[in-house]
Ligand binder design. Structure first.
Ligand code: SF4
Ligand code: SF4
Length: 135
């Protein structure tokens, strides 16, 4: 299972079976067709590296297993991970300083809604704990 401190790995679809099936289908076409010829017709800025394209397809098929950043993958010096480990925080949505935390800049460019998602999780979790306390 993929797990991370910031929650990105939790939603990762790297091992999505239909995605992998689609990649395998494209790869089998790439193996059957003479795709290198196409690079001959569209070269320079109009083309792209067909060997790299093939390498990318193979990469997806050979990396479906990833334990997430809590299992040892992820950015080497990720400030979110370093901070969460130092605070002994299992997941950033459990952190009382999440709302004002500035360490998310690195992922918000690509996933602008991610912090909002974590804040919603935090709210739901808080609501659940309050109900449990009352019970
Ligand atoms: S390495 Fe950092 S940015 Fe990447 S998933 Fe882990 S906590 Fe998030
Ligand atoms: S301050 Fe809290 S929310 Fe921000 S990175 Fe550290 S543990 Fe995560």
């Amino acid at each position: 299972m993929k797990e991370s401190y910031c929650g990105l790995c939790d939603q990762c679809q790297l091992d999505h079976p239909e995605f992998l099936e689609a990649v395998a289908t494209v790869k089998s076409f790439a193996d059957q067709f003479r795709i290198y010829w196409w690079g001959h017709c569209f070269w320079g800025d109009e083309g792209f590296s067909l060997p790299e394209f093939r390498r990318g397809l193979e990469w997806f098929l050979s990396h479906p297993e990833c334990p997430g950043c809590r299992g040892g993958r992820g950015l080497d010096r990720c400030p979110i991970r370093i901070c969460a480990i130092n605070r002994r925080c299992e997941h950033c949505y459990e952190c009382p300083d999440l709302a004002q935390c500035h360490r998310f800049k690195l992922i918000l460019e690509e996933y602008p809604d991610h912090k909002q998602h974590l804040l919603r999780l935090q709210e739901q979790n808080h609501g659940r704990k309050t109900i449990l306390k009352r019970g």
